[in-house]
Ligand binder design. Sequence first.
Ligand code: SAM
Length: 292
Amino acid sequence: MGQVADLLRSLAVRPSKALGQNFLVDGAVARRSVAAVGPGDRVVEIGPGLGALTERLLETGAEVHAIELDWRLFAFLRAGLAERFPGKLFLIQGDAVKLPRADLSEGDREPYAVVANLPYAITSPWLDALLQQPLPQSMVLLVQLEAADRILAPECSRDRGAIAVRVGSAFQCVELHQIAPSCFYPRPRVRSALLRLCRRPDPVLFSSPARRILRHCFHVRRKQLRTSVAAIGDPALRPLAERWLAELQGAGVDPLARPEDLSVDNWRRLEEINFHLQSPAADAKSARGSPW
Ligand code: SAM
């Protein structure tokens, strides 16, 4: 911990709350975060900071694509780790919400993983931006406990919102550990969690219309489903929302349920219907054998 404080002082960096600069100082948590990474893996790291995770990732023989917003930390890493691991660390300076996969592009089809000790303020917007193709195979995320509760919120829980539905539609949580404030410098006021998420074999990503309906329903979460669908103002979204509601009813879901009561499969159905409405050939095919 003293070493990190000294290093920050020598770089004239005072840890910024706004940038979520709580640096990992616990070796066991760092080891656990990179445990599933091996030689030749491609890993995206968000906010490498002073390189606590980056160095361990590079030592496994992985190729690391990292994005850091703070130019002082970026310059420190470029002069240090990038020189020590030439051709293995691809470091850019920028905002991970705008570039959620660092320098990997949307057209990139090669598999990759994510490892990140995420700055609190960007946890939701970064996940929101990441949940598009190409999806990572797996993610190890250090987040505030409260954010972990929202990401993993089960059906019927008060914490459940659009982010839990979208993450749950594409990933399964295979590991969850509470992490004490003493594992970071400076110590955050709250506890953290380490999550390991693996991509589902059948991930569903929500395209824009389905995403808008999902957000609308959670925005008016006190309303019953039937009422919130009826309140959708955009006529372009109505046919999708109404067909989805009718299918839910047909499958035995109570139209008086609230959005948090629906299962991940109920929500995934919204995107599946959207897909069928946009490609009638797929619709005709699925009509022959009900996908439900
Ligand atoms: N990975 C390092 C570690 O584990 O010690 C640092 C983690 S610290 C919680 C978050 C890091 O993300 C900081 O280095 C911060 O400067 C950086 N950061 C904050 N906002 C960012 C953004 N929008 N895009 C990229 N990096 C960001």
